[in-house]
Each structure stands twice: as C-alpha cells, then as structure tokens.
Design a protein around this ligand. Structure first.
Ligand SMILES: Nc1ncnc2c1ncn2[C@@H]1O[C@H](COP(=O)(O)OP(=O)(O)O)[C@@H](O)[C@H]1O
Ligand SMILES: [Mg+2]
Length: 273
C-alpha cells in the first residue's frame, strides 16, 4: 500500500512538468546557464516551442516562473512595480520582475523587443554580473539570489528589423536559436500533444515541410508547430483531415486566394483526395 502511494506521488510530480521534446542540447545548455547565473536569450519563429521550453525547464528545476508578454506600451514600472492607491493610503506593489528576483525564480520576457526602451534600464544591471534590481521609487537595491534567472525571447523574422535589440542589451545574454523541429521530432510532438496516430502525424509534418518552403515568398511565416498541434487536435476530435488543415493551417496563414488554393492542393495530395 505504501509503495503504491509513493508511485502515485512520483506520477503527480511528472504530470506537473509540461511535456517538452528537446530539439538538441537546449536542456543541457539551459541548466548550465542557470547554474552559472547567466541570463538567456531564446530566438526563433512563432510557435516553435520557446514558451513551452521555458515552462518545462522552470517545472523541472522547481522554480517559480513569471512570464510577461511584452507589448509596445510595456514600461519599466510594469515590470518593477508601482504604488497603488487604496483606502486612502498608497501601497507598493511588486511587478513580475521584482517578484521573480525576490523569490529567486525565473522572469521570462516574451517578445522582449516589443517593450518600451526604458525597460533596458532595469534589465541591464540584472543581466550582467551585478545581478541587481534598482527600484527607484522605493529606493531599494535588490540583489538577485543565485536561483534567479532572466530569460528573454523574440522572433527575428517578425518584421523586427528596425526594432531589433541593441548590441549593449544583446551582449548580456547567452543565446539559443530555435527553429521548427526536425520531422521525426515534430511527429513525436504531435503524437505526444494530441495522441494522434503516426500516419496522420507524418502527413501533417510533410504538409508543414511543403508550406515552410513558401516562407519568405508567398507566406510571411511557415506553418508553426503550434498550428500543426491545432490541426492534429481537430483531426483527433474526428474532423475530416482536409477540413482540419484548411481551418488550422491555410486560413490562418494566408488571406490570398491563389496562395490558399496552392496550399489546399498540397493538403489534398497528401491526404489523398
Ligand atoms: N519541443 C516541443 N515539445 C512539445 N511541444 C511543443 C514543442 N514545440 C512546440 N510544441 C507545441 O507547440 C505549441 C506552441 O509552442 P510555444 O512554446 O507556445 O511556441 P513559441 O513560444 O515559440 O511561440 C506548444 O503549445 C506545444 O503544443
Ligand atoms: Mg511564446
């Protein structure tokens, strides 16, 4: 009876770690960066597994994770915190970056190039060997405890040409380049995520391969792993494969009628219509 309980406990821990299928040596590199207190930059196209990788690693290392989806209005105060007024008094409220520093967790800034430039003022001293967070409004200077890790990600292809990161920011990070997984990996991801059969997984991955060739020509971005997971989910639910691919892939990727019919031809040829 006791042994059974122990097994159950272990299972629960495993369940809490989000499924992630490594593409290369990123797990090892992440752990080395974390152990040595180095900040990490992850770049790659949308939907290729960056966010999933970070949540997997946070769970694996048992660290609290604060994820911030950056946008063009995001300021340093949104990250650090601000005074809130309530009940006639002002109370300081920590932002996600400050919380991650205080708790010794991970702060993950997704699409960091979108954030306002004033955020670099708080990121720079945290991202180099000082590892401090100055909070101007309270006069505090927080020293990041050893487990704290700063991670930023961005999508280089996403018309980020002008926005890019300044070398002075970029050169504070160890960088990992992600791309869409190799076919065998991507099949395993589709099967692991949705429970779809091997044949369907292979077909979806081959369709994505054909679409990705069109990237930079007719399509702004290739079909992401995320969209393949959507298509697989619809098929797993009983949806007819061509219809699922049309909804999850074609219409999501293009508004152009000619491009759409070229994509539909690939799908019909693959699923044998
Ligand atoms: N290596 C992987 N292992 C498991 N699932 C993956 C992997 N890569 C992508 N996925 C799937 O693709 C989806 C999108 O990935 P995500 O991490 O959100 O992309 P990104 O952050 O790069 O835009 C995930 O929700 C997951 O279903
Ligand atoms: Mg993401």
């Amino acid at each position: 009876m006791k042994a059974f309980n122990v097994l159950q406990d272990i299972k629960q821990v495993e369940d809490a770690i989000p499924f992630y299928r490594p593409q290369g040596s990123e797990v090892e590199l992440f752990e080395r960066a974390w152990r040595n207190r180095l900040p990490l930059l992850i770049k790659g196209p949308t939907g290729c597994g960056k966010t999933r990788f970070v949540s997997h690693m946070a769970a694996r290392l048992n660290l609290p994770l604060y994820t911030v989806a950056c946008h063009d209005d995001l300021t340093a105060a949104d990250l650090v915190g601000r005074h809130l007024i309530g009940d006639g008094k002002t109370i300081w409220s920590d932002g996600p970056l400050t919380r991650a520093v205080r708790e010794g967790g991970i702060c993950y800034l997704d699409e960091v190039v979108e954030a306002r430039k004033d955020t670099t003022v708080v990121l720079h001293p945290l991202a180099d060997d000082r590892r401090v967070l100055p909070i101007d409004r309270t006069g505090e200077l927080l020293e990041a405890p050893p487990p704290f890790m700063l991670i930023v990600s961005y999508n280089p292809g996403y018309q980020n040409f002008l926005k890019g990161m300044k070398p002075s920011t970029r050169q504070r990070f160890v960088s990992l380049a992600f791309d869409f997984p190799a076919p065998a990996q991507e099949e395993a991801i589709l099967i692991g995520e949705t429970g779809i059969d091997t044949m369907t997984a292979k077909r979806l991955v081959s369709i994505a391969g054909a679409f990705r060739v069109l990237r930079d020509h007719d399509l702004e971005e290739g079909a992401s792993t995320r969209l393949l997971v959507y298509a697989a989910t619809l098929i797993r639910d009983g949806c007819e494969p061509s219809l699922a691919c049309r909804a999850a892939l074609v219409e999501t990727l293009t508004d152009d009628a000619d491009t759409a019919s070229a994509l539909i031809e690939v799908i019909d040829a693959t699923f044998g219509r």
